[in-house]
Design a protein around this ligand. Structure first.
Ligand code: NAX
Length: 329
């Protein structure tokens, strides 16, 4: 192989998303055909056997780009030397659980994992948080990792982004590749604001091709609630599409976004973009270049987009206040 191996740690590796994610990473979907990967799978003790089974299947596939697979139930060991951490395992919301309880439970996972990344990962570590509530879990991990720059802790908003592209493509009869400059502002939750204001379809402004009623009554609610729709129809939550989102977000980060387009990235806000206050992880329009995400500035913000941004800021700030009150931040 032309390049040195990279180390990728995946948490929740024996879960549904993990099962789709691992095989594609092993085959080069993020780093390409010339870069071998070493996979480190982190699971909780009851799922260690399931993780072993997945590792056996990875071995059976004999991927040329897969050098090594190790399994751990200890975060410090799992993040040793990791270049890319995909934090997928999380505490799901149980019946009757308030938002504060959910965040506290996830603090018990993402706090220690953030610290383990801080203490053991490679200097260039990149983190993609998939486990929900993804934006605030990314923030929790960032707070536990003072030596890792905050902007390395990203939340996965890419599935929301591709859901929006797909809905628009279907509506206007275009191919996905013809749609550029979609953005999902804010939170990976039903509050999110899918926005086609800057999008083009084969070079034409998307706003000229659809009407406001479709945007308000169908597009935005459909994209924001697509996860629930999948559960209703499939009887299980999005897994392969979530894995695709995590791969696309990671691949763009490592290899760069396409010229002339932007994507959506859940990024730590430094307080300098679109009036979003510092200290929350927010979905922005972004490009990746030379291994770094940059927010695309200078987009004109309509009153409707501003209202969408404000709603998400309020929701994410509430979650930030909860983690502060729990002493996590
Ligand atoms: P599963 O329940 O199938 O798998 C989760 C796995 O995580 C389990 O194997 C469990 O043993 C493991 N786990 C739990 N705590 C852990 C810990 N402390 N350390 C390591 N592993 C741990 O869930 P799956 O369908 O794979 O979904 C995983 C997460 O992705 C959920 O939080 C889900 O809500 C979230 N999603 C996020 C999406 C996004 O766009 N950001 C979309 C898809 C998905 O809903």
């Amino acid at each position: 192989m032309a390049n040195a191996p990279v180390t990728v740690t995946i948490t929740g590796a024996a879960g549904n998303i993990g099962y789709s994610l691992l095989f594609r990473i092993a085959e080069g979907a993020i780093f390409g055909p010339d870069t071998p990967v070493n996979l480190r799978l982190l699971e909780i003790p009851p799922a260690m056997n399931a993780a072993k089974g997945v590792a056996m299947e990875l071995a059976d596939s004999a991927f040329e780009t897969l050098y090594d697979v190790d399994i751990f139930d200890n975060a410090d060991a799992a993040f040793e030397g990791t270049n890319l951490a995909l934090l997928v395992g999380a505490m799901p919301r149980k019946k009757g659980m308030e938002r504060a309880d959910l965040i506290e439970a996830n603090g018990g996972i993402f706090g220690p994992q953030g610290k383990a990344i801080n203490d053991h990962a490679a200097d260039d570590v990149k983190i993609v948080v998939v486990g929900n509530p993804a934006n605030t879990n990314a923030l929790i991990a960032a707070h536990a990792a003072p030596d890792v720059p905050n902007e390395r802790f990203t939340a996965m908003m890419r599935l929301d982004h591709t859901r929006a592209i797909s809905q628009l493509a279907e509506k206007v009869g275009a191919r996905n590749e013809e749609i550029k400059k979609m953005v999902i502002w804010g939170n990976h939750s039903a509050d999110q604001y899918p926005d086609i204001s800057y999008a083009t379809v084969a070079g034409k402004p998307a706003v000229d091709l659809v009407d406001d009623a479709w945007l308000t009554d169908e597009f935005r609610p459909r994209v924001a609630n697509r996860g629930a729709e999948i559960i209703e129809v499939r009887g299980a939550s999005s897994a392969a599409s979530a894995a695709s989102g995590a791969i696309a977000q990671s691949r763009d980060w490592v290899r760069g976004t396409a010229e002339g387009d932007f994507t959506t990235i859940g990024l730590y806000s430094d307080g300098t973009h679109y009036g979003v206050p510092e200290g929350i992880v927010f979905g922005f329009p972004g490009v990746a270049k030379d291994g770094k995400w940059e927010v695309v500035d200078g987009l004109e913000i309509s009153a409707a987009t501003q209202a969408g941004i404000d709603k998400n800021v309020a929701a994410l700030q509430e979650e930030y206040e909860i983690i502060k009150s729990l002493g996590i931040a």
